[in-house]
Every structure is written in structure tokens, then in C-alpha cells.
Design a protein around this ligand. Sequence first.
Ligand code: TRP
Length: 439
Amino acid sequence: MSVNTPTRDSFSNKFGIIAAAAGSAIGLGNIWRFPYVLGESGGGAFLLIYILFVIIIGVPVMISELLIGRRAQLNVFGAFRKLAPNRYWNLVGVMGVGAAFLILAFYSVVAGWTLQYVYLSLTNALSGRTPVELKAVFENVQQSGGISVFWTLLFLGGTAYIVRSGIEKGIEKYTKVLMPMLLVIILVLIIRALTLDGASAGLNFLFNPDFSKITSDVILEALGQAFFSLSIGMGVIVTYGSYIKKTESLGGTALSVSLADTLIAVLAGIAIFPAAFAFDMAPDQGPGLVFITLPNIFNKMVGGYIFGLMFFILLTIAALTSSISLLEVVVAYFTEELNLSRPKATWIACGIIGVLAVICAFNSLVFNVFDKVSSNVLLPLGGLLIVIFVGWIMGAQKPREEIEADGRKAHYYNGFLFVIKFVAPVAIALVFLKGLGWI
Ligand code: TRP
């Protein structure tokens, strides 16, 4: 706990902030969701729109969230109560907490699959299998009912255990060493994937945009994926902002985190699509894509047993550093707004999420609805309100003061202001209305 803010923890240094925020951003969203949504959305054209959205909407929304959090020194709910002129703005916080519940529910299920794959790798149950058999293995995992619930709840319990112990001890310690290791394994996977026969078709799918594939649905999916992957639009980053010291740069933090997040997603794509095409698997097969494709690569490489095992362990940890950030929002809300103790808040939140997660584990329709509604509706809506708040409601001085609190002049400020006042809100609103079929 730092000396100048006796009641709030704060990150100890710059690397701590970026590691924790990148730990939140980098997770199943990059390695599981990005490839599967890109595969369903036709490939390269989706990638282009995705990157465009990260730049013109993602980074500005992230800076906005950071500055709201640091200004208010509170979680998303309290922040709007403190900074906003009327209580309607609390809606952003309420939507954020609601989105956290939905996301954690299906996220825990996917993390539970990942844990099952750790187990399958450990017991050598994946090696020597044909692509067709590996597909069946995933379907078994997905439909394993009670077994799936066991791993899902194990993951959720682990998340709760870490969150209960507080921000610095809970988050910083785990992310700094392990994320670089995940990156190394992905690079090794890429090398093997690219040297498979027929790999070039996958690269072509990923990097050669076919503009006829662009529909309003694809654009909405790209927007939703950008929000999901960057952890923005629901106040996760507001909470993180409240832990950042005044001497740190908000713009620099947002840029580094977004860059790292996008890099990992694209690298995951470079490993997965060449392999998917080489093994003759459909890129648009949905949420199972990663789990079916990657074991095929491990089976074709020297040391595949150990690489596969380490990959799924590290992916679980990447998921954990994301899920703790989601749970942190709910817990911060329960403790600071409802005056519950931290352990109590954590276990109550987990009880509710556990029930939702079990429903997701048994019912893929509910799973899909939670997945799509949170990313494509709640997060963009939250992001829209956040940029409108910073651009139009906070006043001309405060955002600038907060961004320049580190003592350096922000030369990008006017550009940033233009984007959050006009470009981002209009873009989100248009994509949104079009995706819903209203225009
Ligand atoms: N971004 C994380 C991932 O890619 C998931 C996540 C964590 C998230 N916190 C979030 C998504 C907040 C939306 C909002 O896996």
C-alpha cells in the first residue's frame, strides 16, 4: 500500500501497471476468441477492420477509462458517482458489473476446457491422434457435463482465491514472468505451423483481405472483438486507472497495452490458420477452433508433448490474469459501494457467477448469447458512454489535467479530444445501429 493514498493500493512502478493491464487484456480473447471470430468472419478483411477499430476506438477508449479511474480514485461505479453531474451516469457502472458477470460465466467455461487440455496433455491423451480424432476429443470435452463443470469451477475458485488477496500481491506477481513465456511458445508454434505442407493457404486467408466478405455483421464482430480483447467498455480499466500513480503516462500505458494485445492476437492467428488449412480443417468451425487445431501441430513437432503441456498451462494462466481483472471490478463494486468485506464480496460474486457458468457449460446456446451479447452489445455501449462522458461531460479542463498530471505536455491531446468527441462515438453508434439492423 503506498504512503500517499492510505486507503487504496497502487502499482509499484510502470512495468507493474503495464504488466497488470496487459495481463488483463491478453487472455483467451487473443488466443481462443480472436481466431474463432476471425475464422467465422471470413479472414483478412476482418483483420483490417479489427486493427482499424483498435486504433481509432480502442486506444482512445482505454485512455478515457484510465483517466476517469485515476481522477476519481474509485471503481467504475463510484467514479461516475463522483465525477458525473447526475446519477444516470451510474448506468455505465451497472452495465459494467453486469457485463463482468456474463463474461466471467462463459470465460470460466473456456478456461475450464483449457484446464481439461492441460490434463489431456499431461496424460498424453492427445498425441498420435488424427485431425478427425482430435475434433472428436474437443466435442467430448465440450459435452462432458459434470467434468466440464468441475474444471470450470476449479478455475473460478482459483480466480476468487487470488482476487481475495488484494491487488498487488494478486496480480503483479503472476504476470511479469509468465506472459513472455507464452509469447515464446507461440513463436515456436508459428515456426512449426509455417513449415507444414499447405500452410500458405492459411496465411492467405489471414492476410489477403477479401472485401466481398465485409458485411455489417462482420464489422460489428470486429468492433466487439476489439472491445473484448482490450478489456475495455465496462470499467475494468477504470479500476486499474485508479491504482496508477499520477507520475505515470496514461497515453503511453494505453498504447503499450494495445500494441502488446494486438501482437499476441495476430501471432496466434499466424500459428492457427496455416495449421488449420494444412490439416484440412474449416476455419469457421467456431469456439473449438484453437483446441482442435493446435494439438495437431504439437503432434507434428519435436518435443510436442512438453510444448503442448506448457502451452495449455500458460494459456490457463493468461486466462487467470484476465479473469481476476473481471472479478476485481465486481469485488471493488461490492466492497466500496455495498460495504462488504473483501472475502465476502469475492465469494458472493463467485457464487452467482458459478451458477451462470454451470448453465453455460451445459447449454451452448446460453454460452453463445452471453459471449455475443457482452462483446457486441454491452461493451460497445459502455465504450460509447465512456467517450461521451470524457469528451462532453467532464468539462474542458479535467481530462487534460489528468492526462498531463505526469508533468509532460500531451501533444496528442487535441487529436485525442477530436476522436473521443466525434470519431469514436459516431463510429460506434453507426456500427451498432447497422449491426442491429436499424439503419
Ligand atoms: N481481454 C481479456 C481477454 O482477451 C478478457 C477480459 C478481461 C475482458 N477483462 C475484460 C473483456 C473486461 C472485456 C472487459 O481474454
